[in-house]
Design a protein around this ligand. Sequence first.
Ligand code: FES
Length: 124
Amino acid sequence: MDSPAARPLCRLDDLVDGEATALDALLPDGEESLIVLRQGDAVRAWLNICPHAGRRLDWAPGKFLISRGTLVCAAHGASFRTDDGECVGGPCRGDRLRAVPLSVENGEVRLATEPAARLSGTAG
Ligand code: FES
């Protein structure tokens, strides 16, 4: 059986450059919604959980507002830099989204989680 890290989340071509979407992924602690942002050939991901009040950041399922290099939480307007996930405006300034490492190989986007870490329960 393939580990979750071995299965692609999507193809790079499925993602619109400069936009974010929501994808469900099986992480060591269970299934989570991810914010997946493509910037050229690079893809970043964070848990779709706002550090302010724990809400999802999308304003409609899988739809995120990106404005002037920040991702804006639909609940109360916290703004997170798209390069490092730090909140630079709004009610949780200074907090960060929790990054989820991804890899892109042969046009496929995958979780970069080590299967061994997943099995030992020490990931995170
Ligand atoms: S839950 Fe995101 S700003 Fe409040």
